[in-house]
Design a protein around this ligand. Structure first.
Ligand SMILES: Cc1ncc(COP(=O)(O)O)c(C=O)c1O
Length: 379
């Protein structure tokens, strides 16, 4: 029995409707949206529109034309950061962020953007008061990950967004680990920029992602190139959303993402998140009883999403992950999970942790088999 516990990297399996939608886009549509007046291209254009209309209400987005399709959360984050920040602007972020957020910021810092990285506590949670204390007169953005991909710590995004609003700064939320498993309402929370992968909690195929930019947020496109319409202009248009989607769309990916978003809508993000958290908690309770094992992240389960990280004294997490894969066919993620600063914060740098991330299709039996396998490997 193969057991997949790496849904934080990409969700697997996908709902059957997602596989069908990908095949339908490839076999029955075939053409690209906005690239011709023929019926296949028009059908592709309609699919693109319906996909935006399906995804927007999941996040309380009122104008679906503010949803930009990207290829990953990484691309979304790069567009949000590079498309808004100028030399002299100040940005506040946290020590729990993924390299997809930190590396573009470090690169922008070399170009004159000022950066404050607020240290989270040893459990991975950021004190909003520390974010407030980092404000400067030129603070232009606060950029925070909703749920840590390392230890599942949930940040107090409502409070942090309110701090950004009061300061007149943009609030960018990296929802890579929360889109599809936490209720997110961009209007209620005050999110100006929302970056999310399509291929994790929204169940789309790899190579899909979205960026939402609130009305009034001025973005500069990341890429210049063909947009289908307005071809005579020399300059890249900055009209939403086409100006930000230069190049041929990943139509099969977007079709699958739409089906995935429909699935999430049908089940409910809160219900999905609750199941993932319950499974992570089951594992946490079993693992905590094994001598030598330390769990990382918030001890209060209410402050943790469905991601669980642990270490075993005297054992490299990569060695344990290797044994789980080789001997038990269990897929987990070991090491730094692309978030070295988060591991420095948790005290697990440089070897990192072993991370499990159950998904909607994970069963409690699989969690039990995983825990038994860990016991066998470490004793
Ligand atoms: C918190 C966080 N941000 C960003 C990303 C990047 O997402 P993508 O793989 O879609 O580029 C990830 C992926 O693991 C993540 O966990």
């Amino acid at each position: 029995m193969h057991i997949y516990l790496d849904n934080a990297a990409t969700s697997f399996p996908k709902p059957e409707s997602v596989y069908r939608a990908v095949m339908h886009a490839m076999r029955e549509i075939g053409a690209s949206p906005g690239r011709g007046g023929h019926r296949r291209s028009l059908e592709a254009g309609r699919l693109l529109f319906r996909a935006r209309e399906t995804i927007a209400p999941l996040f309380g987005i009122q104008d679906s034309s503010r949803v930009i399709f990207t290829h990953s959360a990484t691309e979304s984050l790069n567009m949000a950061l590079r498309g808004t920040l100028k030399p002299g602007d100040h940005v506040i972020t946290t020590s729990m962020e993924h390299n997809s957020l930190l590396r573009p910021l470090f690169s922008l810092r070399r170009q004159g953007v000022e950066l404050s990285v607020v240290a989270a506590g040893g459990d991975g949670r950021v004190d909003p008061a520390d974010v407030r204390a980092a404000l400067r007169p030129n603070s232009r953005m606060i950029a925070v990950g909703h749920v840590s991909n390392v230890c599942g710590a949930i940040q107090d995004v409502d409070l942090i967004a309110a701090i950004a609003r009061e300061a007149g700064a943009l609030f960018l939320l990296d929802a890579a680990q929360s889109a599809g498993s936490e209720e997110i309402d961009v209007v209620k929370c005050g999110i100006d920029l929302l970056a999310a992968p399509g291929h994790k909690g929204l169940f789309g195929p790899q190579g899909s992602g979205i960026l939402y930019a609130a009305p009034g947020v001025r973005l500069t496109p990341l890429l210049a190139g063909g947009t289908g319409g307005g071809s005579s202009a020399e300059e890249q248009p900055d009209t939403m959303p086409e100006g930000f989607e230069a190049g041929t769309h990943n139509l099969p990916g977007i079709a699958g993402l739409m089906a995935g978003a429909e699935f999430v809508q049908g089940v409910g993000a809160a219900v999905i998140g609750e199941k993932e958290r319950l499974l992570a908690r089951m594992a946490a309770e079993r693992l905590a009883a094994i001598p030598g094992i330390t769990l990382h992240g918030p001890s209060d389960p209410a402050a943790r999403g469905g991601v669980l990280s642990f270490t075993m004294a005297g054992m490299d997490p990569s060695a344990l992950a290797f044994l789980l894969d080789r001997d038990f066919d269990i897929a987990v993620r070991a090491g730094l999970q692309c978030a070295p600063q988060a591991h420095r914060t948790l005290g697990t740098f440089p070897h990192g942790t072993l991370r499990i991330s159950p998904g909607w299709f994970t069963t409690s039996e699989e969690i039990a088999v995983f825990c038994d396998a860990v016991v066998t490997c470490v004793t």
